[in-house]
Write a protein that binds this ligand. Structure first.
Ligand SMILES: C=CC1=C(C)c2cc3[nH]c(cc4nc(cc5[nH]c(cc1n2)c(C)c5CCC(=O)O)C(CCC(=O)O)=C4C)c(C)c3C=C
Ligand SMILES: [Fe+2]
Length: 419
């Protein structure tokens, strides 16, 4: 539940936690930090558990935008827009203000389970909010186009080129970025259509990607998500309950630029998985690549999923158990001067490529207060010697400034656009 809205709804805490766990929360907290509430409050039987999935609502207004600490949803759509050519930066800014107003009204209505204000398509009729979140970000190019270059954060400077990058510029970056997530496919698509229709002539779609995660209720108990390589992925994510979580993920109130207070930076990478090659490895070989057990995500050095990796432990042959180039070793904050990020991905599958291999992988989305202290140092290291790199291609990239959540009556980005 959002800090501003504790009294709004009736919550069945037990049922709420059940829903969140089943959603594959990847260790993210619910309640005050997660921004989700369930309206239903009847008995705990399987039939009402289904209803709980539909009735769970995430708050639109608050300190942070939704869709960052919200537990992973089963459906996701990412869409980037470029502003239409306008008669100069002042006109472009005026159009952008009108667009952000429209989008904010639509997002708040849809997230509350209401129809869009104008010409609703009916796609989500019969469904509840289903944990819908709509999150808005600004790309580097937005600022020059709208005459706001002086307000552009240094954190939006282009990411460095990495040697393993195979980026398609047409599916990268963008003036504006919208992330949509929901625990129902129709609710998510409904929001995507509404956002696209609201853009009207003000912005045109630059790229669009679709993703998925496990459905709520698919596992017997709350579990960290798996990716399409079959690995438990998300175990070591920073947790909202940790004292340095906010500092790592969100721009502080006194941070620069001021309009980014409570905001975060999203790095978005479409990472293709070379699944045919990956699946040719034996399970022990796959486990060596990551440094963790495939079945339950436990470190190869022993224990359970949440046990710390013992990076110095050697086997009977005197060799390190977690190899020098194991992904979990190289990406660990301890190996990267404390660099950490909140990974909140969706899997994707866009059919079979011309060569017969699945066009599938990870829509890798990570959140941090500063990309230079999160994604960049870790990716630099991975780029130099990650065992996983043989099995993945980074195909597109985006970096977006996601401002703090709007207060009631405000639209997203108002503090930037009216500065
Ligand atoms: C630059 C950041 C990262 C990219 C890109 C990345 C891609 C990627 N990762 C996996 C699978 C796993 N990653 C795991 C851990 C992990 N990965 C990163 C960063 C990137 N991963 C971090 C920071 C961490 C946590 C390290 C730590 O704190 O110790 C794991 C292990 C389980 C876990 O902690 O989540 C898996 C599995 C894939 C498949 C992939 C690209 C497709
Ligand atoms: Fe990773």
């Amino acid at each position: 539940m959002n800090e501003n809205s504790t009294s709004q709804v009736e919550i069945s805490r037990r049922r709420l936690l059940g829903t969140v766990g089943a959603a594959g929360a990847a260790g993210l907290a619910i309640g005050a930090a997660g921004g989700a509430v369930a309206h239903a409050s009847t008995a705990d039987d399987p039939a009402t558990a289904l209803t709980t999935v539909g009735s769970t609502e995430v708050m639109f207004h608050g300190k942070h935008q939704p869709g960052i600490t919200t537990p992973l949803q089963s459906r996701g759509h990412l869409i980037a827009f470029d502003l239409a050519a306008a008669a100069g930066p002042a006109a472009a800014r005026k159009d952008a203000i009108a667009l952000m107003r429209r989008w904010s009204v639509t997002a708040s209505r849809l997230m509350a389970g209401k129809p869009a204000a104008d010409g609703d398509t009916g796609i989500a009729l019969d469904a509840g909010p289903s944990s819908l979140t709509v999150t808005f970000g600004f790309g580097r190019t937005f600022f020059g186009r709208t005459g706001l270059a002086a307000q552009r954060p240094a954190a939006l400077d282009p990411l460095p080129a990495f040697s393993s990058d195979q980026l398609d510029p047409r599916r990268s970056e963008g003036d504006l970025w919208v992330q949509i997530g929901a625990n129902d496919g129709l609710v998510a698509f409904h929001a995507l259509r509404a956002i696209q229709k609201d853009a009207g002539k003000a912005a045109r779609v630059r790229w669009q990607m679709n993703g998925f995660n496990r459905s709520p209720g698919a596992t017997a108990h709350p579990m960290t998500a798996r990716n399409l390589m079959g690995q438990v992925d998300g175990t070591r994510n920073p947790k909202p309950s940790e004292p340095d979580f906010d500092q790592r993920i969100f721009v502080p109130a006194e941070g620069r630029p001021g309009w980014m207070a409570g905001g975060s930076y999203a790095v978005v990478r479409r990472i293709r998985m070379l699944l045919d090659n990956w699946e040719r490895l034996s399970v022990p070989e796959q486990e060596q690549v990551i440094g963790r057990r495939k079945s339950d995500g436990a470190p190869l050095t022993g224990g359970s999923e949440t046990t710390e990796l013992d990076l110095d432990k050697t086997g009977p042959d005197g060799k390190l158990i977690v190899a020098d180039n194991a992904h979990a070793r190289i990406s660990a904050p301890e190996q990267n001067g404390g660099a950490a990020m909140l990974r909140r991905p969706y899997s994707f599958h866009d059919g079979i490529a011309a060569d017969g291999t699945p066009d599938a992988g990870l829509l890798f989305i990570c959140w941090q207060a500063d990309p230079l202290k999160g994604f960049v140092p870790v990716q630099r290291k991975l780029d130099r010697g990650d065992a996983l790199s043989t099995f993945i291609h980074h195909e597109s990239s985006g970096l977006f400034a996601v401002p703090g959540g709007p207060e009631s009556g405000e639209y997203v980005g108002q503090r930037l656009l009216e500065s």
